[in-house]
Design a protein around this ligand. Structure first.
Ligand code: AVJ
Length: 329
């Protein structure tokens, strides 16, 4: 691949025309199953990302602010423990959290390289330029790639590598793929790198359910927005008003399920797929799972992925955890 930019900031792209099929493929797969389902990544178009940012500010959604407090309290410690010289950012979403870690690395005098990975070239260029400006002498290697598929394209570490995977996004993976993904993260850590994993914790189901059924209805809009995405991107004709937001904590599986429920029978045409699908009254389409963790569950997942827990940081109410893990020795 040709570098798009030379110098201290370099960006490489690994996405081809095939990658644009993913929405159509996912919709064809997911909406023709006996239990209809869509992967959560399609919730995040421009409007969906705005709505998600609004969710992070909601009084009921404790995750974002709790994780930020944990990071602020322990960033120095994390940097000292790891000796991290470079940071790989998977899905360069949140500049705020990254800054907390980069600041601590800069203060420790170890910060050498920042490696943003995102499917959006615009995002990679934006964060690459932003952090190159903000941290003098920082070398930036941006990768336009899907971190679920292209991790082997990361450069070799130049020293201890820190790979944050924050926000509780790991909870979106069902248990088997979660372990597979964690194993693939282990492969890019190298012998002295560390994974910094953010996980929401199992707690009173009422607290969890409130976070996904907020009183302002922002989560409902976020969920319903995926139907607008299908209407716009695939020429579908979903009547968005004929669906309602559903979110509940599955106590057995310890995950939140988010669904869209048809309030009356629906017939939907999806032009781009030349596909017609029907919804019975009250039929549901699953749009997300979001797993919540116990300490034992977390250890078991890390163990199955060939990783070991080095340190677990949490808040006084044990709502959320940030774990430091490395390849098991
Ligand atoms: C970004 C996947 C961590 O599961 O809490 C927020 C997404 N969904 N409200 C989560 C989400 C509904 C969020 N993650």
């Amino acid at each position: 691949m040709e570098p798009i930019l030379e110098g201290p900031v370099e960006v490489r792209s690994h996405l081809g025309p095939d990658d644009e099929r993913s929405l159509a493929d996912d919709v064809l797969d997911g909406l023709t199953r006996p239990l209809k389902e869509l992967p959560p990544k399609h919730l995040y178009d421009a409007r969906g990302s705005e709505l998600f940012d609004a969710i992070c500010e909601l009084p009921e959604y404790y995750q974002t602010r709790t994780e930020r407090l944990i990071l602020e309290a322990h960033a120095q410690d994390i940097v000292r423990r790891t000796g991290a010289v470079e940071l790989v950012e998977l899905g360069s979403g949140s500049a705020t959290k990254t800054r907390v870690l980069l600041d601590a690395m800069a203060a420790a005098g170890t910060l050498a390289r920042y490696i943003p990975v995102d499917v959006s070239a615009t995002t990679v260029h934006a964060v690459a330029e932003l952090f190159a400006d903000e941290y003098p002498g920082l070398s930036v290697f941006g990768l336009v790639a899907d971190f679920e598929r292209h991790l082997e394209r990361l450069p070799e570490p130049v020293g201890p590598r820190l790979v944050p995977f924050l926000g509780g996004t790991i909870g979106n993976f069902p248990p088997g793929s979660r372990r597979r993904f964690l194993r693939s993260l282990g492969k890019v850590l190298g012998p002295d790198g560390y994974l910094l994993l953010g996980t929401d914790l199992v707690k009173d189901p009422r607290v969890i359910e409130a976070a996904y059924n907020d009183s302002a209805g922002v989560t409902a809009q976020f969920n319903l927005n995926v139907l607008h995405v299908l209407n716009r991107e695939l020429g579908a004709d979903f009547d968005v008003d004929a669906f309602e937001h559903v979110a509940f904590f599955d106590r057995e599986r310890e995950w939140i399920e988010m669904r869209l429920r048809a309030t009356q029978p629906q017939h939907v045409r999806i032009d781009a797929l030349d596909l017609e699908i029907d919804f019975a009254a009250r039929e549901e389409l699953r749009t997300e799972i979001s797993a919540k963790f116990t300490l034992d569950g977390l250890r078991a997942d890390l163990d199955a992925a060939g990783l070991e827990l080095v340190e677990l940081f949490t808040d006084p109410n044990e709502l959320f955890a940030v774990s430091l893990a490395r390849v098991a020795g």
